[in-house]
Design a protein around this ligand. Structure first.
Ligand code: GRF
Length: 219
């Protein structure tokens, strides 16, 4: 991405939106070369809508309850994202499984954050599951989204310890702190066009490599 060009993000959320807030803050502080062009929620009561309004970011609520199937809801969401010129779809606590209609409209351009170290503990209530399992470490994962549940190629992970006196709340808070760190970092890597997918693996290219290749082209 060239110097002044900003990657256009569409952030989808269903709840409080602390991950959204960390992305808003990093964009405002120009720590990432991105701008949020649309915040989209499926839940009219989502705190994320208020956060968007506070930051003067266009927002939209499309209530999934108004649609009789997943595909027609997804079509409406895709149309709104396309109309806003979204280049990267950022799922931030978006509690809907997305269909092929959505994935095909943004190939390799949808990312999600999950509060566990995938592939362990996909799905819901994963902090509780990690505690109950007796895992010594937990964490979070930023990954590309495919049509499975939390199955897409992994971009970045952060690890936190599970402490003896942890409750679901204390462990979730420790994980969330890391989420707020790695999600903007992963977005920045994508903005810098340093991320590529090879099979299931995500390669992060070093920042200097493209210039080196240009200065010394193979003869
Ligand atoms: C986060 O734990 C995220 O990993 C999960 O949903 C939660 C959203 O939290 N997908 P918030 O709405 O960003 O505060």
């Amino acid at each position: 991405m060239s110097a002044n060009r900003k990657l256009k993000l569409g952030v989808l959320a269903s709840g409080g939106g602390t991950n959204l807030q960390s992305i808003i803050d990093q964009c405002q502080q120009q720590k990432i070369d991105a701008e949020i062009v649309l915040v989209l929620c499926n839940n009219p009561a989502a705190g994320a809508l208020q956060r968007a309004e506070n930051a003067d970011i266009p927002s939209l609520c499309i209530n999934h309850r108004d649609f009789h199937d997943r595909q027609s809801f997804d079509q409406k969401v895709v149309a709104a994202l396309q109309e806003a010129g979204v280049e990267l779809v950022v799922l931030a606590g978006f509690m809907r499984i997305i269909s092929e209609v959505f994935v095909d409209a943004f190939p390799q351009r949808i990312i999600n954050i999950h509060p566990a170290l995938l592939p362990a503990f996909p799905g819901l209530h994963v902090q509780k599951k990690a505690l109950e399992y007796g895992a010594r470490f937990a964490g979070c994962t930023v990954h590309f989204v495919d049509t499975g549940v939390d199955t897409g190629p992994i971009i970045m992970q952060a690890v936190v310890p599970v402490l003896d006196d942890d409750t679901v709340e204390t462990l979730s808070a420790r994980i969330l702190q890391q989420e707020h760190q790695i999600y903007p970092k992963a977005i920045q890597l994508i903005a810098e066009e340093r991320v590529s997918i090879v099979g299931r693996r995500v390669h992060i290219n070093s920042a200097a490599a493209p210039e080196t290749a240009l200065i010394n082209p193979p003869l």
